[in-house]
Design a protein around this ligand. Structure first.
Ligand SMILES: Nc1ncnc2c1ncn2[C@@H]1O[C@H](COP(=O)(O)OP(=O)(O)O)[C@@H](O)[C@H]1O
Ligand code: SF4
Ligand SMILES: [Mg+2]
Length: 343
């Protein structure tokens, strides 16, 4: 497939280009399987995923738990090593770098995790953690340590008086702000945020989402924002990719994917949101069995749950193709009507 019409596509200002990314995890065999010499299997967490992210664009990734979002996000900075595919960040072949080049890449692409403890040392004060991040990359001027820390704390809405606290002495929201400050302290070009608000109370979620929006406006960050809640992604994303069983099944601008979804899975996700349009009340639209990721059916992976399934769906896996500019859908039967819309 050519890049034309891809949601993140542009000839000149693409920052991240991913082509055919695939990652499987080895599955341990049971004793019985080993005795019967059942061949080793791999659980394919991400399969043949391609997309592009432009400079200053926020790509949202949604999908149920287990759809491959985290594996995809981590593969982009080699926290997980992909099996196949290409990841080009600003022209750098991410899969080929190591040593100082890999460290440089990880400075330019910072991750923010669901659990801020992942990136914060519990024994270090938060001020020291922010300072350390800046120092490692030579971004702190001698004699200006306090100024560096307070500037980065204030940028994420924290008063500098909290700099002497340890992560455990802060609230969940404050801790996530510190993790964001630390990520920004190294001057990244891109942030990959993996469920950054999922562990927070709803009121705090809104504050952190606002912070991301504000930072994006002020700093012009390029971002991949992963969340299983559609409502969260709809508040920050310019484009949205919907994942199902390791595949992107729909990708396009926020308006198109959430406003006029074409893939039956996206439509079902939107219809089963907790705040549905009165027209959507009734039985949950998704019936049928979710296939085991270890034993995926041939053809469309959504066929076991899809109300529109046809014979072809069970045999041939649909490719992710453009139905109109900046809107790609992996479905044999399209476009289909959608009476909902984004609320
Ligand atoms: N380290 C791992 N080893 C084996 N299987 C894994 C590992 N990490 C994730 N998986 C499996 O890969 C699939 C995708 O997981 P993940 O990328 O965490 O999805 P998501 O973030 O959307 O929940 C799941 O079936 C999960 O159980
Ligand atoms: S390809 Fe077929 S089974 Fe898959 S989503 Fe489209 S209509 Fe449903
Ligand atoms: Mg995850």
């Amino acid at each position: 497939m050519t890049g034309a019409g891809r949601p993140g596509d542009s000839t000149k200002d693409v920052l991240l280009r991913v082509e055919g990314l695939t990652k499987g995890y080895p599955v341990r065999r049971t004793l019985g399987e080993r005795i019967r010499r059942v061949p080793a299997r791999r659980l394919m967490a991400v399969q043949n995923v391609s997309f592009e992210v432009r400079q200053r664009e926020v790509m949202g990734i949604v999908g149920e738990s287990g759809s491959g979002k985290t594996t995809l996000g981590r593969s982009l900075v080699r926290l997980v090593d992909p099996d196949e595919g290409t990841v080009l960040f600003d022209g750098v072949n991410v899969r080929a770098v190591d040593g100082s080049d890999l460290r440089r890449l990880r400075r330019r692409v910072q991750m923010v995790f669901q659990d801020p403890f992942t990136s914060l040392n519990p024994r270090m004060t938060v001020g020291a953690a922010i300072l350390e991040a800046g120092k490692v990359h030579g971004l702190v001027e001698t004699g200006r340590h306090d100024e560096f820390v307070s500037r980065h704390m204030e940028r994420v809405g924290l008063t500098a008086t909290l700099a002497d606290r340890r992560p455990r002495q802060l609230s969940g929201g404050q801790r996530q702000r510190v993790a964001i400050a630390r990520a920004l302290a190294v001057g990244p070009d891109m942030i990959i945020a993996d469920e950054p608000v999922s562990a927070l109370d709803v009121s705090i979620q809104a504050q952190i989402i606002n912070l991301f929006r504000d930072l994006q406006d002020r700093l012009g960050l390029t971002m991949i924002f992963i969340a299983h809640q559609l409502s969260v992604v709809s508040q920050v994303a310019d484009t949205v990719a919907v994942m199902y069983m390791g595949r992107i099944v729909e990708h396009g601008t926020l308006e198109k994917v959430f406003g006029r979804p074409e893939h039956p899975y996206t439509q079902a996700l939107l219809a089963s949101r907790p705040d549905p349009n009165p027209r959507h009340k009734g039985d949950p639209p998704l019936r049928g069995d979710v296939p085991s990721p270890l034993d995926l059916p041939p053809g469309c992976k959504f066929a076991t749950r899809c109300p529109f399934v046809e014979d072809e769906c069970r045999q041939v896996e649909p490719a992710l193709e453009g139905t109109e500019p900046r809107h790609l859908v992996a479905c044999h039967v399209k476009p289909r009507p959608w009476e909902g819309g984004i609320s």
